[in-house]
Design a binder for this molecule. Structure first.
Ligand code: GLV
Ligand code: MN
Ligand code: MN
Length: 443
C-alpha cells in the first residue's frame, strides 16, 4: 500500500494519463443517470426531500458503497459518506443534489459525482489517507422548495431554527413535515433529528475536527470560456440577499376603469424590475435579478390589486451590495408613492460574501500548474454550500469551464476533457494537502 502523500507528482507538460479520461467518462455517465431522478418526466427538477432525491440517493449509495465508503442520509436529506483514514480529522468534499426547475445535469450534481471519482481514484492507487474523508451531497442548496437556500448545509452548521422548520412549500407542506415524511419519523422528533445533523456534537469544536471543505463545480458563467481555460480557482463567493417585495393597489375592471384612475400593482412591479436592472447595469460589481412576479387576483380582465416580486441581489463587495439594496429600496418607495400604492418588503435570506482560504487556493493553484494548465482565479457570483460551511472550516473551490456560460438551463454542459483535468487536479490537490497535513510521511 502506498501513502497518498508520497505518490509522485505529474510533470507539468506530460501527456495526461488515460485513467482521468476514463474517470470523466464514468462521472458524466453518472450525471446522465442521476438526471433521470426527477419529479417530472419532461424536465429535470429535483427539490429537497422529494422521492426524486431519494431515488438519486439510492444510486449514489450503491456507487459510494462499492468504493468502500460508509453511507448514511441525515434528517435533512443530506447524503453523507465516510472513508475513515488514519485520523478522525476530516476533509469534507461535496456539492448539492437538488436542482432548480427545468435544470441542467451538472450544477451541483457534477461536484457530488466528482467527489466519488476522487475517492475511487485514490482507492485505485491503494492510497492510505492520513485523515478521513466525508463526501456530502447536500439536499437543499438552491432553496427552490422552501424559498430559502442552503437548508442542507445549514443543518450541518447547526444553523437551522424553528422559523426554518415552519417554512412551507407551494403545497403548504412545512419543512418539519417534509423532514418527517422523508425520514419516516414523527414530527415531534424532527428538532432532535435536525440537531443530530450537525457535523459534531454540541460540546465539541468543529474547527478542530474539520480540516477543510473542497467543492468542484461548474463555473455557471462565461469567464473561463472567454479565456480559453478549462479550470479556475475560486477566490470567494459573492454576498447575497433575497427579498420579496409586494405592491398593493386596487383591483378593478380592465374595461371600465380609466387609465388615469388605476392603482395597478403589476405595472408597479414591472417598473421596479426595470429599475433593478438599470441599477445593476450602472453599478460595477452588482448583479440584481427579478426572477418571479406573481399578480393577484391574476385574470386578464382584472387590474392587478397586488403583485409580489422575488428579488435576488449579489456582489462580492459588501459596500456595493449595500448601496445596491439602498438604491432599490428607494426605487420601490418612489414607484409606490407616485402610483399611490402600498408596498412592503420581506427579507427571505441574506449572507455576506465569504472568501476561499488563501493557503488552500495556493495549493489548488499548484495542483493546476502541475497538470500543465495556466492558473486563473475568479470570484463566484453563484451561491454554493461552501458559503455556509465556511463558518466551520476553511473552504476551497475548483471551477470547471461552462460552455456558453450557460447554467440554470437544461442546455447546461461541460466538456469531458475539462472533467478529466478536474479529477486529475483534485487528486493532485489531495496529495499536496495530505503532504501538508502529515509532512513526516512525505519525507
Ligand atoms: C445557486 O445556484 C444560486 O447561486 O442561486
Ligand atoms: Mn444552482
Ligand atoms: Mn450549484
Amino acid at each position: 500500500m502506498t501513502t497518498l502523500a508520497t505518490t509522485a507528482l505529474h510533470a507539468a507538460d506530460s501527456p495526461r494519463p488515460p485513467r482521468w479520461a476514463e474517470a470523466a467518462e464514468r462521472a458524466l455517465a453518472r450525471c446522465e443517470r442521476l438526471a433521470r431522478c426527477s419529479e417530472r418526466a419532461d424536465v429535470l427538477v429535483r427539490r429537497a426531500l422529494t422521492p426524486a432525491l431519494a431515488e438519486a440517493h439510492a444510486l449514489l449509495r450503491e456507487w459510494l458503497e462499492a468504493a468502500g465508503l460508509e453511507v448514511r442520509v441525515d434528517a435533512l436529506g443530506n447524503l453523507r459518506a465516510r472513508l475513515e483514514g488514519a485520523s478522525p480529522q476530516t476533509l469534507l468534499i461535496g456539492s448539492h443534489l437538488d436542482t432548480v426547475p427545468d435544470a441542467g445535469k451538472y450544477d451541483g450534481t457534477l461536484g457530488v459525482v466528482l467527489a466519488l471519482s476522487l475517492v475511487e481514484a485514490m482507492a485505485s492507487e491503494g492510497a492510505r489517507l492520513p485523515f478521513s474523508i466525508e463526501v456530502v451531497a447536500f439536499s437543499d442548496e438552491e432553496g427552490v422548495r422552501f424559498g430559502r437556500p442552503f437548508l442542507g448545509a445549514r443543518a450541518l452548521a447547526r444553523g437551522l431554527g424553528p422559523d426554518d422548520l415552519a417554512l412551507v412549500d407551494a403545497d403548504g407542506v412545512s419543512l418539519a413535515q417534509a423532514i418527517a415524511a422523508f425520514s419516516g419519523i414523527d414530527e415531534a422528533d424532527v428538532p432532535a433529528a435536525v440537531a443530530a445533523c450537525a457535523l459534531r456534537g454540541p460540546a465539541s469544536d468543529e474547527r478542530a475536527d474539520l480540516l477543510a471543505y473542497l467543492e468542484l463545480h461548474i463555473e455557471q458563467g462565461p469567464v473561463l470560456e472567454s479565456l480559453d481555460l478549462p479550470l479556475g480557482v475560486v477566490t470567494g463567493i459573492a454576498g447575497h440577499v433575497w427579498q420579496s417585495v409586494r405592491f398593493e393597489g386596487r383591483a378593478g375592471h380592465a374595461g371600465t376603469t380609466p387609465m388615469s384612475l388605476r392603482r395597478d400593482a403589476l405595472t408597479a412591479a414591472a417598473e421596479l424590475a426595470l429599475a433593478v436592472e438599470e441599477e445593476a447595469l450602472r453599478s460595477p460589481g452588482l448583479v440584481a435579478t427579478v426572477g418571479r412576479i406573481v399578480a393577484a387576483p391574476g385574470a386578464h380582465n382584472v387590474i392587478a390589486g397586488a403583485a409580489s416580486l422575488e428579488l435576488d441581489v449579489r456582489s462580492v463587495d459588501a459596500a456595493v451590495l449595500e448601496r445596491g439594496l439602498v438604491a432599490i429600496e428607494a426605487h420601490a418607495e418612489s414607484i409606490a408613492r407616485r402610483r399611490q400604492l402600498g408596498w412592503r418588503r420581506q427579507l427571505r435570506f441574506e449572507a455576506p460574501s465569504v472568501r476561499c482560504e488563501p493557503g488552500l487556493r495556493a495549493l489548488l493553484a499548484d495542483a493546476i500548474r502541475a497538470v500543465g494548465v495556466p492558473v486563473h482565479e475568479l470570484p463566484s457570483g453563484a451561491g454554493h454550500d461552501g458559503r455556509v460551511i465556511a463558518a466551520l472550516a476553511p473552504i476551497v473551490m475548483l471551477f470547471l469551464r461552462s460552455p456558453g456560460g450557460l447554467s440554470h438551463h437544461p442546455d447546461e454542459r461541460v466538456h469531458a476533457g475539462d472533467v478529466a483535468l478536474a479529477v486529475e487536479v483534485a487528486a493532485e490537490f489531495l496529495r499536496r494537502f495530505a503532504a501538508r497535513f502529515a509532512p513526516e510521511v512525505h519525507r
